[in-house]
Design a binder for this molecule. Structure first.
Ligand code: ACO
Length: 428
């Protein structure tokens, strides 16, 4: 007999089904709670709410485990590349050589933007934040591909949407990056590989060749960012996708959710924080004090995580990669010393220890992006490039599910009771 949980509400006791995940996680299924009892649950910030079941990503915050489709993040970062990992996330298996080539070719076939999109990108101020530009640009793609407005896409149409977005988001970012610097766009050279091609598109000048270490570091960074189960932006993607909104609108919404400094925008905020500390003479202890002060809104950016309460495995890999990349590129960055100092100080401070606050994925990533020559306001857009296959995998899983439902949480109303309407000239 399947396990149930008993809930006592006044005189009434009801049994609620227990759902188990493959890794031994348990959930109480409250789908019928309201129809059976009239009660709902409240969970501010969804601290304890499972919004779906999913086959894509497993993470255990207490043990610092992260796996994509069963594969350890450490193994993927060491042995895979971003395109192979994207295929894995989206299709559930590691591709054969033929499948990988086909996936790559499909992405490559979309490496140009409709001219209307480039004209639109040309109208933005050069100093516009790339996240706003990307969000608008991705939503605007819907105007050029009306076939995708139909929510009932076939599998091959979904494959096309995936490949198209993986290609066009990359090209859009590179196009706007060069425009911001008043430089001519550089066309895509797919034979370089996804990451090296992107670096070439943004940094090309006569004589430029993408350094192997740079392409490798970017592959690792994008793999580490590729999915993270039901975080704020993935949940936004599922929320918007659940209304049968088209894939462009859905991914554009994910970009907006990622932009916030409590989520993906933290990578930019970390760098800005480190710069401020440097300008203040490198006195990071002062900033640790500020972060602990409850009367000060300052937070140690790149620290803390809703789910990881031990360590963020991505941060460990990035920290190592940071040392390796900077050494190999011969870059000496005083911000790395400040970051390490901050981490050391925080890790031995009871405020951070008691609250299980550790460096997250965003703490060291910006220092690598900086070493790769990527400007600070592009960092969160780099996160978009990495997270795109994860969002697309979440979208595909959701729209393909026979049990998919529109996401529509409830609330407990706490406003005024019923009131009589008073005409404007009679109001006091
Ligand atoms: N600096 C100082 N104190 C912090 C920090 C921080 N970075 N993060 C959490 N705390 C404190 C809170 O003030 C709170 O203290 P209290 O118990 O005395 O009230 C306690 O730790 C718990 O924090 P919450 O904010 O309740 O944790 P929550 O899970 O809601 O938030 C979050 C997680 C948003 C990541 C938070 O830690 C934070 O703001 N970190 C800085 C921003 C950041 O780096 N975001 C990127 C996250 S990774 C990603 O999204 C890709």
């Amino acid at each position: 007999m399947s396990e149930t949980a008993k809930l006592v509400l006044g005189e009434k006791t009801i049994e609620l089904p227990i759902i188990k995940g493959t890794e031994g996680e348990h959930a109480v299924d409250i789908t019928k709670l309201r129809s059976q009892t009239g009660y709902i649950t409240i969970d501010n910030g969804y601290m304890n709410t499972g919004s779906c079941t999913s086959d894509i990503t497993f993470l255990n915050g207490e043990k610092g485990i992260l796996r994509y489709r069963g594969y350890k993040i450490e193994d993927l970062a060491e042995h895979s590349n971003f395109i192979e990992t994207s295929y894995l996330l989206i299709n559930g298996v590691l591709p054969t050589k033929r499948q990988l080539d086909f996936f790559n070719e499909k992405i490559v076939s979309f490496a140009t933007l409709p001219s209307g999109i480039t004209r639109m990108l040309d109208t933005f101020p050069r100093d516009a934040h790339p996240m706003g530009v990307l969000s608008a640009g991705v939503a605007a793609l819907s105007a050029y591909y009306p076939d995708f407005l139909d929510h009932d896409l076939s599998d091959s149409e979904k494959d096309r949407a995936v490949a198209q977005l993986m290609a066009q988001v990359k090209v859009m970012m590179a196009y706007f990056y060069r425009r911001a610097k008043s430089e001519e766009p550089v066309r895509s050279h797919p034979s370089l590989g996804y990451c090296a091609d992107f670096m070439n598109m943004i940094q090309y000048k006569p004589g430029y060749e993408v350094d192997h270490e740079v392409a490798k570091a970017m592959n690792v960074l994008l793999i580490l960012h590729a999915d993270h189960e039901q975080n704020c932006s993935a949940s936004t993607v599922r929320m918007v996708g659940s209304s049968n909104a088209n894939v462009f609108a859905t991914i554009s919404a994910g970009i907006d959710a990622l932009w916030g400094p409590l989520h993906g925008g933290a990578n930019q905020a970390v760098l800005e924080m480190l710069e401020t500390i440097k300008k203040n003479g490198g006195d990071y202890k002062k900033f640790i004090k500020k972060a602990k002060d409850k009367n000060d809104s300052f937070k140690l950016m790149g620290f803390g995580h809703r789910v990881y309460k031990n360590f963020d495995p991505r941060a460990n890999i990035i920290k190592k990669a940071c040392d390796t990349v900077l050494t190999k590129l011969g870059v000496q960055d005083p911000l790395l010393d400040i970051a390490k100092g901050l981490e050391e100080e925080a890790r031995s401070d009871s405020y951070f220890v008691e609250r299980n606050l550790y460096p997250n994925v965003d703490f060291y990533s910006g220092i690598i992006y900086r070493a790769l020559g990527i400007p600070t306001n592009m960092f969160t857009a780099m996160f978009v490039l990495g997270r795109l296959p994860g969002w697309l995998a979440q979208w595909r899983e959701q729209v393909g599910s026979p049990t998919a439902k529109i996401c529509r949480p409830r609330q407990i109303y706490t406003g005024p009771g019923v009131r009589d309407y008073v005409p404007v000239d009679e109001r006091k």
